[in-house]
Write a protein that binds this ligand. Sequence first.
Ligand code: FPP
Length: 246
Amino acid sequence: MLYENESFQLNPEKMPKHVAIIMDGNGRWATKRGLPRKAGHKAGAEALERIIYAAKELGLEHLTVYAFSTENWKRSAEEVGAIMDLLRFYLKNYFKKFVKDNIRMHVIGEKSRLDTDIQKAIAEIEDLSREKNGMTVHVALNYGGRDELRRAVTKIARETADGMLSPDAITEDTISDALDTAGTPDPELMIRTSGEERISNFLLWQIAYSEFFFSDTLWPDFDKKELERAIYYYQNRERRFGGRLK
Ligand code: FPP
């Protein structure tokens, strides 16, 4: 519940470097207003734009958002088409605006199942923004945590079969480095909106020590204040990484 006069004193010393978000509730937001589900996704994309700038203002280094999962293909062809059109529009137009504002755009997930024009737009925006260092936004598209691990295992198995890597030399870092998120610190905070409390196959390896924040707000209504609330709760929890407090 967000109270109108609630305000959060965030500690700049304890800001998370990486926040991941499961943007849930677009459909319910639209249904509540008597609108088609695609209107919810459009409002969801607008919320994402707001949150990207809010995260940058708060000084986050990485923001990872779950935009389309490997399971989302099971939705109606009409809804999948509407989400893909929205992605197309944002990738080809809007993401350039983020790049102008010094934001690096990076896509995680299995891209080969996406339409070729979408794949091309992803490659272009990633190239265009490679040197930007204001903040990195990782957009998960056709992403599944298990599928990412499966692809990492294939990559590592190939290296061992080729004699480039000994099976005994495989460390946790070998696995982290074979994931789509290679080089990105694990998220300290994972947020899911809309009151659902599940991980739904998102970043399974990377969330080993993440704090979780479940917000009742439907994603299209999520705003900077709610992001601050999530970070406030994160800052006031003790992170022990399985160890004991001294
Ligand atoms: C979950 O809400 C949302 C999605 C599956 C799609 C998320 C997509 C966006 C926020 C747009 C992304 C746009 C860009 C440009 C990256 P839901 O449909 O599952 O909602 P429900 O649970 O209320 O039905």
